[in-house]
Design a protein around this ligand. Structure first.
Ligand code: PDD
Length: 277
């Protein structure tokens, strides 16, 4: 496999990082995950825009323009002859330098990106998944796709240990998002989700879900919802580049609605499939 390293292409075995690397020692960097369907990026522009926004927010200077990165990522698909469903992981760190909290001077950012095959999880998409609720203990700048994922990792692990797919996070009773996806509640035909403030990641799929809802004349309400509201939900679903539009059928061992994916979720799933193909 060929990967992107800085602005060059190298064989994956030839990637070597110094032991003092700011991504490893401080989580000092940002990343993206872009879905690939049949060898084509989905929502590429949205992801690249967010990658630049994240880097700018943490004052990391990227070694390319958006156009140059687009070309590099397209070349990466060609060099690996990707034709299947897959995903790209892309990260940038502030660089490798002698350990010091203060930004190093005269050091270039470190970029790498690689592609891995990933099939769509059709069973989950069809049947829906189980979720648990967890306190959102993350920092105030969750709109930045930061490499600091310890609270997300801990929440997802707790979910996994309880046989659940995701952890629904809440701050002061308000549901923000999940550990690695956005989350939505449907009540009386309206979709509710947390507003796109600094407290959540502005999901690229979330952006599309909002558009699908508009196209389908389904009200999309960004006032958010509470943990207590979950008991009254007709339907729930989550969204991300790897999970797509995924029905949630159980939360903390209580059924959502009748315990099966609901009709509005199904409409949004169909809209997603049409959009992604
Ligand atoms: N996660 N919220 C969080 C905290 C996320 O980490 C993600 C994505 C999303 C959904 O964003 P998008 O629709 O742009 O994929 C929301 C990626 C997939 C990951 O970390 O693997």
């Amino acid at each position: 496999p060929i990967m992107l390293s800085q602005t060059k292409f190298i064989h994956r075995d030839n990637l070597h990082y110094p032991f003092e690397e700011r991504a490893m020692q401080f989580g000092d960097g940002v990343y993206e995950v872009i879905r690939i369907y049949k060898g084509n990026y989905y929502l590429m522009k949205e992801h690249i825009d967010r990658f630049f926004r994240s880097a700018e927010a943490v004052k990391i200077r990227l070694p390319f323009t958006k156009e140059e990165l687009t070309n590099l990522l397209n070349n990466l698909i060609q060099k690996n002859v990707v034709t299947a469903d897959a995903k790209l992981y892309l990260q940038v760190s502030r660089g490798s330098a002698s350990r010091d909290h203060i930004f190093p001077v005269g050091i270039d950012a470190n970029v790498y990106g690689y592609i891995q095959e990933q099939a769509r999880n059709v069973t989950n998409l069809q049947d829906g998944v189980k979720a648990i609720t967890e306190r959102d203990i993350r920092w105030e700048y969750c709109y930045i796709k930061s490499l600091n994922l310890l609270p997300n990792v801990l929440a997802k692990q707790t979910a996994s240990e309880q046989g659940a797919y995701e952890a629904i996070l809440h701050k002061d009773g308000m549901v923000t998002e999940c550990s690695s996806s956005n989350v939505y509640l449907i009540k009386d035909g309206t979709i509710y989700t947390y507003p796109a403030t600094k407290r959540i990641l502005h999901g690229c799929v979330r952006m599309r879900v909002e558009q699908f809802a508009k196209d389908l004349n389904i009200p999309f309400n960004e006032e958010g919802f509470t943990v207590e509201d979950i008991a009254l939900a007709d339907e729930m679903f989550l969204s991300s580049s790897t999970s797509e539009v995924l029905p949630i059928i159980t939360v903390d061992d209580s059924k959502i609605g009748n315990g099966y994916p609901g009709p509005i979720t199904r409409k949004l799933q169909r809209a997603y499939e049409e959009d992604a193909n």
